[in-house]
Design a protein around this ligand. Structure first.
Ligand SMILES: [Fe+2]
Ligand SMILES: [Fe+2]
Ligand SMILES: [Fe+2]
Ligand SMILES: [Fe+2]
Length: 392
């Protein structure tokens, strides 16, 4: 695997990046025969693209300079088209639950790969912590898919990831203050730490949005409740991960790093993609991102007089992201950290946490006597769900 050197890559000029509706209509992968990691790459890159255009919208609402606004509008339109091209690679005959299995597979194998290559010890612990929660979500959704559709989730993953209990979902629910984390420092963090941050924030944000926009499409109450419960854990994951970023970065520094990260992710996908047609898409999109990055560098230099290499912290990212089976790593983390919870920004066994921990009361309140993630792994006869909620 070769290192990614963003400043040596050739980019496509912005004005050449817009596509016709016909060019945007990408041919979906075949859900039965595709490499499961092709599906996970599509899910990941859709999340990366959604973050790119959502963040640029947020920036445009907070930056007064007309020239920057105009510049962001131009790049954002390209991001928007990239997102559609990528997301439309998903086939229409894939059910919401099958796609969901793909999402949690990404959460497991992506988080494990990022953690394995994270050089900051604290940041690796943060990744390991949420890894075990998404690992459990995979187990809960798999049980639910078996019940709802009579399908084995291993058919979706082709057995690449283990499906078994992790840290049980019922104990994921914590007081919002317990998602606060220590952040890395923009002047000393490695390029890889910065890329890991942007990648995982985008992936978790995408997962949260997917559960929040698809949970209500089910007609039965148990599915609706399960998506609602797990969407809330993803909200916690996004909160945890955005907290590890250095918020003293200026918007234009962040904008530049985001473009590097998009390019880095496409570069990584192209390195390992087994479908030649889709590999070509990753390569084309990578060149588009280099075009975005060059544009972001211009803004950074002109408005803030900053050196992009200094902002990145180097001229390369040593290791590409590799989506592949990570069973051994996951089992090791599971053996060591299954009962961990965050206490005063460190991760320790729950048994060592004092009784007054705010998350104990929070957990009891949200769980009450109805925990969807528990019901889905019980026998059918026990799957009783309250018919109508009275609200608060
Ligand atoms: Fe993009
Ligand atoms: Fe999850
Ligand atoms: Fe998650
Ligand atoms: Fe971009």
């Amino acid at each position: 695997m070769t290192a990614f050197r963003p400043f040596d890559e050739k980019g496509t000029p912005l004005e050449e990046q817009f596509m016709s509706w016909e060019q945007l209509l990408s041919e979906p992968y075949d859900k039965n025969n595709a490499d499961p990691y092709t599906r996970t790459r599509v899910i990941l890159m859709n999340g990366i693209e959604n973050n790119a255009f959502i963040t640029k919208h947020a920036m445009a609402r907070l930056i007064a300079d007309e020239e920057i606004k105009e510049n962001l509008a131009m790049v954002r339109r390209s991001e928007s088209m990239q997102q559609q091209l990528v997301e439309w690679l998903n086939p229409g005959n894939q059910t919401i639950l099958e796609t969901t299995i793909g999402y949690e597979q990404v959460a497991v194998d992506l988080t494990a790969d990022l953690a394995m290559n994270e050089d900051d010890d604290y940041q690796r612990k943060v990744l390991d912590f949420a890894l075990l929660e998404d690992f459990d979500h995979l187990y809960r959704y798999s049980a639910h898919m078996q019940r709802m559709e009579g399908k084995d989730a291993n058919k979706v993953t082709k057995g690449a990831v283990e499906i078994k209990e992790g840290r049980p979902t019922r104990v994921h629910h914590r007081h919002p203050h317990d998602e606060m984390r220590n952040h890395w420092n923009k002047d000393t963090a490695s390029p890889k730490t910065k890329m890991n941050f942007l990648t995982i924030v985008s992936a978790e944000q995408q997962t949260e949005n997917y559960y929040k926009t698809h949970g209500s499409m089910f007609q039965d109450d148990l599915s609706r409740a399960l998506y609602s419960e797990i969407a809330d854990v993803e909200e916690q994951h996004v909160t945890q991960y955005e907290n590890v970023g250095d918020a003293t970065m200026t918007p234009l520094e962040m904008n530049f790093l985001m473009e590097v990260n998009e390019a880095y992710n496409y570069f990584s996908c192209a390195q390992s993609e087994s479908d030649p047609r889709i590999k070509q898409i990753w390569e084309t999109m990578m060149r588009d991102e280099i075009g975005h990055m060059q544009n972001a560098i211009e803004l950074l230099q002109r408005f803030e007089n900053k050196d992009p290499e200094k902002v990145l912290g180097g001229d390369r990212i040593e290791k590409p992201i590799l989506l592949r089976p990570t069973k051994e790593y996951v089992n090791q983390v599971l053996a060591e950290q299954k009962d961990f919870q965050p206490y005063e920004r460190e991760f320790i066994p729950e048994s060592q946490i004092p009784k007054g921990w705010a998350s104990f009361a929070f957990r009891d309140k949200v769980n009450g006597d109805f925990i969807p993630s528990e019901i889905v792994v019980q026998g059918k006869e026990k799957q009783k769900v309250p018919v109508t909620s009275r609200g608060r």
